[in-house]
Design a protein around this ligand. Structure first.
Ligand code: ZN
Ligand code: ZN
Length: 236
C-alpha cells in the first residue's frame, strides 16, 4: 500500500476535523444536559420556596381566621352582655317610671336638690326621702282623707264646693294651692258675696253663685268683688 503524502495529509485533516466536530457536539450535549439539570434544579428550588411561602401564608391565614373567630366570639359575648345590661337598666327605669307615675297620680312628685332627691306630697304638703315611704304615704288614711277633701275645715270647707271627682289630682292640688293664696278674712268676704272655689284652674276655677258668673283666676275674682264693693259703697 502506497499512499502518497498528499493523500495522507488530507485523510489526517478530515479525521481531525471530524473528531473536532464530535468533540464540539459532545461538549454542546453535555452543556445542554447540565443546563437542563440546572434549570430543573432551579425550578425545584423555586417550587420549594413557593411551597414554604404558601405554607407560611396558609398558616398565617388560619391563625388570622382563628383570631378573627375569637374576636367575633368575644364581640358577640360582649354584645349579649351589653344588651342584657341595657334591657336590665331599661326594665329598672321602666319600673321606676311606672312607680313615679303612680305617685304623681296621688300628688306626690319627685324633687331634686343638692343633698339628694326626695318626694313631696303636694296634697298634704309633706316631704319623704325615698320611694317606699312615699308609696306608704300614698296609701295612708291621712293622705287619702286630705285628698278627698275631708280634711278641709272651717271657712275652707264652706268656700270650696264639691268637685266631680276627688281622684282628679290636678284639681285637688290646684284647690289646695288657691286656698293658701287667700287670707281667712277675704275668704269670709268672698263667701258672704256668694263667691266659691271650684276647680282652682281653667274656665271653672271660681264662680259667683249670686251673679251667676265663672272666673278663670283669683285676679278675676278680685276684680269682680271690688266692682261689687264699689257699687255697694255707691248705694250706701
Ligand atoms: Zn299626701
Ligand atoms: Zn258676684
Amino acid at each position: 500500500m502506497n499512499i502518497n503524502f498528499e493523500e495522507q495529509y488530507s485523510l489526517d485533516l478530515r479525521s481531525l476535523q471530524s473528531s473536532e466536530d464530535n468533540c464540539l457536539n459532545n461538549h454542546k450535549r453535555i452543556k445542554n444536559k447540565s443546563s437542563k439539570k440546572k434549570k430543573k434544579k432551579n425550578k425545584s428550588k423555586t417550587n420549594c420556596f413557593k411551597k414554604k411561602y404558601m405554607n407560611k401564608k396558609k398558616k398565617k391565614k388560619i391563625k388570622s381566621v382563628k383570631e378573627s373567630n375569637v374576636v367575633k366570639k368575644t364581640k358577640i359575648q360582649s354584645n349579649i352582655i351589653r344588651d342584657l345590661k341595657v334591657s336590665y337598666y331599661e326594665s329598672q327605669a321602666e319600673e321606676e317610671i311606672q312607680r313615679l307615675i303612680a305617685l304623681k297620680n296621688e300628688g306626690i312628685v319627685l324633687k331634686h336638690r343638692k343633698k339628694g332627691d326626695f318626694f313631696k306630697c303636694l296634697v298634704c304638703d309633706k316631704s319623704v326621702g325615698s320611694f317606699s315611704p312615699a308609696e306608704n304615704h300614698s296609701h295612708s288614711n291621712d293622705h287619702l282623707s286630705t285628698k278627698a277633701g275631708h280634711k278641709l275645715s272651717g271657712i275652707d270647707f264652706n268656700f270650696a264646693v264639691d268637685i266631680e271627682s276627688y281622684s282628679d289630682i290636678e284639681v285637688i292640688i290646684s284647690r289646695l294651692r288657691e286656698l293658701k293664696k287667700i287670707s281667712r278674712k277675704v275668704k269670709f268676704d268672698y263667701y258672704k258675696h256668694g263667691i266659691r272655689l271650684k276647680n282652682g284652674f281653667g274656665k271653672k276655677a271660681y264662680f259667683c253663685s249670686k251673679c251667676d258668673l265663672w272666673f278663670e283666676s283669683l285676679t278675676e275674682v278680685k276684680k269682680h268683688f271690688e266692682m261689687f264693693d264699689e257699687s255697694r259703697d255707691q248705694l250706701n
